[in-house]
Structures are given as structure tokens and as C-alpha cells.
Design a protein around this ligand. Sequence first.
Ligand SMILES: [Zn+2]
Length: 371
Amino acid sequence: MKVSASKILYRYPLRQRKIFSLVLVFLFFFAPVMAQNSNSHHYKIRKVVIDAGHGGKDPGTLGRHSQEKDIALSIALKLGKYIEDHVKDVQVIYTRKTDVFIELHERGNIANTNHADLFISIHCNSSPNKKIYGAETYVMGLNVGERNMEVARKENAVITLENDYSQHYEGFDPNSPESYIVFNLMQNTYLEQSLKFATLVQKQFKERAGRRDHGVRQAGFLVLWKTSMPSVLVETGYLSNPNEEKFLMSDDGQSIIASAIYRAFKNYKTMIESQSNFTMAPETTDQAFFSVQVLTSRKKIPPDDKIFKKYKLVLEFQEGNSYKYTVGRSTSYEEIKNLRKQILSDFPDAFVVGVRNHKIIPLQAVLKKKE
Ligand SMILES: [Zn+2]
């Protein structure tokens, strides 16, 4: 039997009719939005930068029989090959494919000028305590313990081999704890995605590669400082531990590490690409405010896209080849955090950013100003 919606409505008392109408209105307005969510404007991971740590005159940390730069390069090349062979829609960019010295800031530049979607820096660790072994993955962040600081200090020390390093790193001195304060001002735009990928890497290390899991950590790594995409630094193991050194020097060991990172990459790609996308309405103001970033897209999204009907204010920002979209506007951090919570069901990756003069600016910059 065919019944129209209006006929159905009259069979119910007023209150229920009202509820039913609301449901219909909801379906009418939001069903197309939901359908659209699942199939259009999808952000894709297209480029990944693989960064083999150290190289050339900088050997990195030294094991009894090995140098960090060689192991990092072997793992990086294997990882790149897995992605090239099996994930055809992704372009792999290497910061180095041979034993050459590349300055830290140049590694980030390579990723930025190529508009990469992910930056993976590969390293090996060491400790005066030869019993310590295991793998850990770092993201750029402020949740810094003393041990993390020590790892960052060692990895950053390489800049003293560079020419003009004080110019390239704004006077940063890798050996001065005070220098690390500079990271307080850094933009945390990619922290959440970086943490996601780092977590997937550690999960693979632990569950599939049989490595001791030292977890995901944060510290101030210069190589991750200015990359404008999710970025991690993987410490694949300790060359100071004889067993782990042997493992990391072996072709098998390197394949196991590379394939663990490769599986994490595939999982990350699937996760990111299955999430919903967004847009729009340019906005000029001199006053800094908070907004919630919901989407980055390679494609500009049309202003009349139904997806934004649900939201009163959507802002668009062009950055290089991509477009970023934020929702809402407030000078109250509490208010914007509440808005983010409400948006999470549609955009699980939404995060709070600062905005001023048409630009997304570090959240810290807005928070600081208000203090
Ligand atoms: Zn290193």
C-alpha cells in the first residue's frame, strides 16, 4: 500500500505528529548531507616523505658494528619500496636515497614544497645503559619528559655540523635547555593526526614486529619543527644494545621494521580517507579568534554544498595547494571547545585553531594574547 507522509501524520495525536514532522525535517535536510559525506570531496593521502636520518659526514649514533645513518637509509628505502609497489595512488618522496648530508631544515623544506601529506623520519636510538632496547615514535610536542629531551638533544645536535645553523633555526642551541622554550610557540595544527599515525606505528611494532614498545612520545625535534603536515620521528631501536643492533643490521630485521611502518601507513591512510570532509565563507578581521578546523582538502568545495547547511559559519583558508575549512568563531576558548565537542560526531578529527587576518595561526598565539 502506498501512503504519503501527510496521510500518515494525521493518524497520530498532535504531539506525536510534531515529533514525526521533526524526524521528516531531519531526514529531508540531513540525509543528503550524510550521503554526501560518504562520497564526495574526499581528502586523499597522495604524497609521503620518507626521511632517512643523518647521512654523509653525520653518521648519527654509533653501534659497535654499525652507524645509524646506514640502518636508517636501508629501512627508509624498504619502506618506500613497499608503498610504491602496493599503494599505487601514493607518491613517495625521499629526502635522501644515498649517503649524503642533508641539513635538518632542508628535510622539512622538501616535505613542505612538495605539499606532502605525511612526513616520516627514521632513526636509531642509543643509551649508556646497554640493556635498554625497544622502539618509540615521537611527535613534535610539549609533553616532554627528561628522557625525551635527551633523545631530542642528541638528534638536534647534528645542526652544529651545518653551515649558518643559527640563522636557519632562529638562534636555537641544541644543547641549551632554554632554547627548547621556542617550541612553546609552535603551531600544534597537526598534533592530533601525528599522534594517530605514531600510535599506529607503535601498535604494529608491538603486535606484529615483536619490538619492545616504548610508546608514543613528545619532544622538540628540529626536523619536525616546521613541517606543515602530520609528522613523526621513529626511533626504530637501540644500537647500544648488542641484540637489537644485530637485528637492525640484518636484512630481515630491517624488512620487519619497514613493513611494520608500512602497515601503519596503510591503516592511517584508510582512517584519514574515510573521514568526512568540508567548507566556506571568507571572513576578514584584525582581531584574533578561535575556530574549529574540520577539514583539509585539495579541492575547493563549492559554497552551495549542502554539507554546510548544518553550520552557521564556515571559513575557508587557502594554504599552498590545499584548502582548510573551519567552523565557528569565538574569542572564548571554553565556548569553542564546546563547539568542537558538538562537531566531533560529524568530524572526528576536528580541532581548535587560532585565526587572524585571514590566516590560521598557532593556537598558542591566541591563548597567550588573552592572558
Ligand atoms: Zn638519529
